[in-house]
Design a binder for this molecule. Structure first.
Ligand SMILES: C[S@@+](CC[C@H](N)C(=O)[O-])C[C@H]1O[C@@H](n2cnc3c(N)ncnc32)[C@H](O)[C@@H]1O
Length: 198
């Protein structure tokens, strides 16, 4: 499904970074950043332009090819990994930042992946997420229709136990991020830090 969606030469989610990421990225310590489900790379490539050492993981090889092309066009490089996050292993203590933008995963995969994300952050590292919660079904302005792929803030807090939450909110905002994400929307936004004490 994702390879088909990305087959068009246009970037279906645009080439500009996600609004929440662009507003908060300065809080990520300079270093290695892992972008989960980075799609066509708009977020990973932008982070590389800000000076981060970026690794993008996605299920779609077509999306990753477009990521490499976008990076080359901007004179930066991004390491791309073709993997299913249902099986991907995040090494402990490796990352200064982990980013998950519109990374809609089944609840079983979230329970597998997010505790590894907590362990994968270095002390002081930042986890940043924006995605659609179940309330987004009332808006119909983007995102999956399968309820299991839509997480509440409370679901995510449980999977991310161990982080210190600096921003943790369900809000409504106007989104214009490519042809599939358009209009007034409900989103969950998280910015959480791995404490230096861990
Ligand atoms: C809505 S797109 C968002 C892409 C990108 N984060 C952005 O904001 O432009 C969702 C992405 O999740 C990826 N994805 C979905 N399930 C996945 C899985 N199990 N493992 C890895 N990537 C997955 C898809 O390939 C797709 O690129």
């Amino acid at each position: 499904m994702w390879d088909e969606r990305y087959a068009d030469e246009n970037y279906v989610y645009g080439t500009a970074p996600n609004d929440f990421l662009a507003a908060q990225a300065a809080r990520i310590p300079k270093g290695r950043v892992l972008c989960l489900a980075d799609g066509e790379g708009r977020n990973g490539v932008w982070l590389a332009q800000q000076g981060y050492d970026v690794t993008s993981v996605d299920l779609s090889e077509v999306g990753l090819e477009k990521t490499r092309k976008l990076a080359a066009s901007r004179g930066v490089s991004v390491t791309t990994i073709h993997a299913d996050l249902a099986e991907y292993k995040i090494q402990p203590n490796e990352w200064d930042g982990v980013i998950a933008i519109f990374c809609h995963l089944p609840s079983a995969v979230r329970h597998y992946l997010y505790p590894q994300t907590v362990a994968g952050l270095r002390p002081g590292g930042v986890f940043l997420l924006e995605l659609y919660p179940p309330k987004q079904l009332e808006y119909g302005t983007g995102g999956p229709r399968d309820l299991d792929l839509l997480a509440t803030l409370e679901d995510l807090r449980q999977d991310l136990d161990g982080l210190q939450f600096e921003i943790a909110q369900e809000v409504e905002r106007e989104i214009h991020e490519g042809q599939f994400h358009q209009g007034q929307s409900a989103v969950v936004q998280i910015l959480a830090i791995k404490s230096n004490d861990e």
